[in-house]
Design a protein around this ligand. Structure first.
Ligand SMILES: Nc1ncnc2c1ncn2[C@@H]1O[C@H](COP(=O)(O)OP(=O)(O)O)[C@@H](O)[C@H]1O
Ligand SMILES: [Mg+2]
Length: 263
């Protein structure tokens, strides 16, 4: 199952990605989690110990690797470089594993090709497509950037795109924009996930005001989320209410995408 997690900054994409990753890993699934945030923080949310985090570096920042694979130094404009560098060894070589979750940091990714035609974007674009083609059991993409950056491969291979929202009109407005952009590129399988929901009224608000994206579940607001961050403990371990809620979301996702899993 391949899932892209999107939404406005600060809504809880990384929190949800970390929770889903650990839920699936604890259910003995093989999980590859990809952090596509220019300032990565999924390792922290997953509680990766410092010695493992020290081994991680976003691929986007690996100048030597990018030069070796593309034939040109990052930052160069013009000149020749390969548009489809070798990337098949990268997910294993540059990721680290903790408690059953394999984590790869991409760094800033502009995969739609709208940005510069430069060695680093060729590298990241090829790597991203490669990840989508791979036969990973569970692939979770913590997207950061908006869907305008997503290309054809995403549409073809992502089983579902999760749009994380807070129970506010503003957040739902962003979700509506994401839906439009996703639909424009042909991506239809979108699901809304509420976060920081304080009561039933707020859950109902999401249900009623969704921009026509099915709500598959929500995570409660819980002050212990910040506490977990302060203590450096994963939310999954520290916040019972979210661990419980995400199990239901994972279950719903399994059902919704079961066709893809069987084939
Ligand atoms: N359910 C929740 N209850 C309380 N705070 C939350 C919850 N989910 C996320 N947060 C807090 O909101 C902030 C943003 O979360 P994060 O997952 O980093 O969002 P994003 O990846 O979308 O930018 C963090 O400070 C996090 O601790
Ligand atoms: Mg994030």
């Amino acid at each position: 199952m391949k899932l892209a997690i999107t939404g406005k900054g600060g809504v809880g994409k990384t929190t949800l990605t970390a929770l889903l990753a650990q839920t699936y890993a604890d259910a003995s699934r093989d999980v590859l989690a990809v952090d596509a945030d220019p300032s990565p923080c999924l390792a922290g949310a997953l509680g990766f110990p410092p010695e493992l985090r020290a081994q991680l570096r976003p691929i986007a920042e690996m100048d030597e690797l990018i030069e070796e694979r593309t034939g040109a130094k990052p930052g160069t404009v013009g000149g020749f470089f390969t548009l489809n560098p070798r990337v098949d060894d990268i997910p294993e070589r540059f990721s680290v594993v903790h408690r059953g979750v394999r984590l790869l940091e991409m760094g800033s990714v502009d995969i739609g090709g709208s940005g510069c035609i430069c060695p680093e974007s060729a590298m990241l674009k090829t790597l991203f497509t490669h990840l989508l083609f791979r036969k990973d059991d569970i692939l979770l993409l913590d997207m950061y950037a908006g869907v305008e950056h997503l290309g054809r491969a995403t549409v073809d291979f992502v089983d579902a795109m999760l749009v994380v929202v807070e129970p506010t009109r503003r957040s739902l407005g962003t979700a509506a924009q994401i839906k439009k952009l996703a639909n424009d590129i042909g991506l239809q399988r979108l699901y809304l996930v509420g976060n920081k929901v304080r009561n039933d009224d707020e859950a109902q608000f999401l249900e009623q005001e969704t921009p026509d994206i099915p709500l598959i579940g929500w995570l409660p607001a819980d002050l212990k989320v910040q506490e977990a961050d302060r203590l450096g403990i994963p939310v999954y371990d520290h916040v019972e209410s979210l661990k419980f809620a995400v199990k239901r979301i994972a279950g719903a996702l399994n059902e919704l995408t079961s066709d893809e899993i069987i084939e």
